[in-house]
Design a protein around this ligand. Structure first.
Ligand code: PLP
Length: 406
């Protein structure tokens, strides 16, 4: 039935979600329209009644958005997908669809910051309670589940520690208690991890990151496994209104075509950089799923098709060392976000989380030396040379003024 069903992932990236178009267009046209004409009153009535398929209004469904959604559903091995205006719009839609007042959620402690905040503020305000646990520890997951637990929400590798949770085991535990397993697969992308294959019910991504891959779109996606769930989520998204627009969908769909090849390079580069950093005297510790020193290396090997482009490390020399490194890199750009073709670097203690103060930072697991890099697809030796000269500046400075013992 589906001409792609027997093809490999690289082929699916190029062809998924692509249909036959007017004028023989090879690329999905951008239907930059808010609304669609009915042929007659009867036609309008039958579309609204769901008796025949067609487009009504872009918040409800749009062909350009749908093409991108179908492509990602195919890549994740899901049934259908729902494009959202941002990753956070996707997260909100998921919790709005799956929970109600009196319900309970179990969530990874190492999770994207705004997801924690959403659960602790808005979802809490509407009567949904959350227990945050280290989902890399299965006993903690088992202990946290209550009779009213409806969702086990897992981000793996988790932010910012890159700890890896066993999706197959967590799915078994959650399903014994009739809870749905939702996985934030943003850090891996469907090229490197397919949570549905390990038993997850719902997969979400920030499209902003690896899926679009070019740092020029904000978007999110929810992938579901069956039609009933899809219909329920479509209604929820239509009511909340956090949809993506046709042009951004077009850009994401274009980005997908190079996903496989980009991810190969992200992994190759990150592995070399991680191995190089691990030996550097200014790096106290490093986390990368492709290093044997990673505490959940074995789970990663079972679950991942590659180790990804994200590295976190602990730099010696405190906040000032981090600041010098940030101000010395030339190719790595100082910016939040991740997953683009360009390498990015971030030092939460001196940048995004500076105003919190040290104590609050430490409570959130953000040490003064924590540096996160998103490795791009540039030449790896250029990237290593950039890190080398930046770390040299840290070393030179510490010899003069910083109290570090390398
Ligand atoms: C960026 C990100 C999100 C949120 O996505 P936005 O598109 O920024 O709303 C969610 N989860 C993870 C892991 C992310 O990196």
């Amino acid at each position: 039935m589906n001409k792609l069903s027997k093809t490999n992932f690289q082929t699916k990236c190029v062809h998924s979600g692509i249909d036959e178009y007017e004028y023989g267009s090879v690329v999905p046209p951008i239907y930059q329209t808010s609304t669609f004409k009915f042929k007659s009153a009867q036609h309008g009535a039958s579309l609204f009644a769901g008796e025949q398929k067609g487009y009504i209004y872009t918040r409800m469904l749009n062909p350009t958005i749908e093409a991108m959604e179908n492509a990602i559903a195919e890549l994740e091995g899901g049934h259908k997908a729902l494009g959202c205006g941002s990753g956070m719009a996707a997260v909100h839609t998921i919790f709005a669809a799956l929970t109600q007042a009196g319900d309970h959620v179990v969530c990874s402690a190492a999770v994207y910051g705004p997801t924690t905040t959403l659960l602790n503020t808005i979802m809490k305000k509407f009567g949904v309670e959350t227990t945050f646990v280290n989902t890399a520890n299965l006993d903690e997951v088992k202990k946290a589940i209550k009779p009213n637990t409806k969702v086990v929400y897992v981000e793996t590798p988790g932010n910012p520690t890159l700890c890896i949770s066993d999706l197959e085991e967590i799915s078994k535990i959650a399903h014994q208690h009739n809870a749905k397993v939702v996985v934030d697969n943003t850090f891996m992308s469907p090229a490197l991890q397919n949570p549905i294959a390990f038993g997850a019910d719902i997969v979400m991504h920030s499209l902003t990151k690896f899926l679009n891959g070019h740092a020029d779109v904000v978007g999110g996606i929810i992938v579901v496994k069956d039609e009933l769930t899809y219909q329920h989520f479509r209604k929820t998204l239509n009511q909340l209104g956090g949809v993506i627009d046709p042009f951004n969908s077009f850009l994401v769909h274009r980005g997908l075509k190079t996903l496989a090849i980009r991810m190969e390079r992200h992994c190759e580069n990150a592995q070399k950089i991680a191995e190089w950093l691990e030996k550097h005297p200014l790096i106290e510790s490093i986390r990368y799923p492709g290093l044997k020193s990673h505490p959940q290396f074995e789970i990663g090997q079972k679950q991942h098709k590659g180790s990804g482009g994200m590295i976190t490390m602990e730099l010696r020399g405190g906040i000032e060392a981090g600041r010098i490194m940030m101000n010395s890199v030339k190719l790595f750009q100082l910016a939040v976000s991740l997953g683009g073709v360009e390498s990015l670097i971030q030092h939460p203690a001196s940048m995004t989380h500076f105003s919190m103060g040290k104590e609050a930072r430490l409570a959130g697991g953000i040490t003064d030396g924590l540096v996160r890099i998103s490795v791009g697809i540039e030449n790896v030796y250029d990237l290593i040379a950039d890190l080398e000269q930046a770390l040299k500046k840290v070393e030179d400075a510490h010899l003069k003024e910083i109290d570090v013992h390398v």
